[in-house]
Ligand binder design. Sequence first.
Ligand code: ATP
Length: 359
Amino acid sequence: MSSAPLNLLFLPGDGIGPEIVAATRQVLEAAGAQFDLTLNFEEAQIGFTALEANGITIPDAVIEAARNCDGIVLGPVSHNDYPPLSEGGLNPSGVLRKRLDLFANIRPAMTRAGLVPPCGTPFDLIVVRENTEGFYSDRNMASGPGEIMPDEDMALAIRKITRAACRRIAEEAFKLAATREARHVTAVHKANVLRLSDGLFLEEVRKVAARYPQIAYDEVLVDAMAAQLVRDASRYDVIVTTNMYGDILSDLASELSGSLGLAASLNAGTDHAMAQAQHGSAPDIAGCDIANPASLIGSAVMLLDWLGERRDDPALTRAAAAISAALERAIADPEGRTADLGGACGTSEFAARLAADLR
Ligand code: ATP
């Protein structure tokens, strides 16, 4: 029996976005043909291209298309360079995370066969980052930004932590840990100073932990965790944490694994999921065909996996596993590596090699 059609929305974004989105699309097309998947691709503009055409970096029509498709592949965006909100500069990533309630940002980081990691010790961990509140001023309020400036010499940032969001991110982390060999969850916090907000986070995580006695559970302060990851990341399996700590620690873990260019992630909610590389739009290397698309291809693998599980469709799961294995082979081969990993393979050549391997 062949799979039900899958409607995927590609949003190229800014900087290296169009290059790595095109590479990801090429690899998905090859996997689709190989595994008899019916993949329908739609592309829409966000970021500077949309700003020029529509006066806004994420038009309502794109949000609607994202809501109606089966999965989204989001390219990185240069939101720091956008004009103010009043002139159409919205962060598309934040908007989609909020509007589609993509509350879990799953960020794996692992060392790869054949690639000597900067940290020396092999590791395989996942940061499960809360994605809808915390200090993120573009999405933590129902209306208005979570940052205010009462006078020119003072700025205030509001950090929002709710029981419901802590509970569901903890649930996500424990469910994930239950599928892994190490079966270990570490909650990362700073409850020694942020007693109320991080205290509330810990209370909720502990309640969920009590329902998973088969999973080892511990807690580490965020500053200690930064040091521990550098010292020996192999001690950790699933790290669950609030928005900003997760953002920072996952970049650290990715770089320890080899490069930000390998850093995949999935933004998942109950009804929607969006593949998105962990890194930004890398304007310093945009248009040079040297960016590593493994980050976004790996993110698309996570999306296929999520859809495979949700639809109970083994063909999607098999396609995800095949791309993942081909990605590992490409990274293990010094000839096939991009510049960030010391190789000379271009973005488009990397994608072409991967597509050929899949065939
Ligand atoms: P943001 O604030 O949106 O995360 P940033 O400018 O701080 O953006 P990135 O855009 O992630 O950070 O870039 C950080 C560095 O990593 C840059 O030198 C960039 O070239 C490099 N980099 C990021 N992504 C890739 C990639 N896919 N391939 C190769 N190098 C990358």
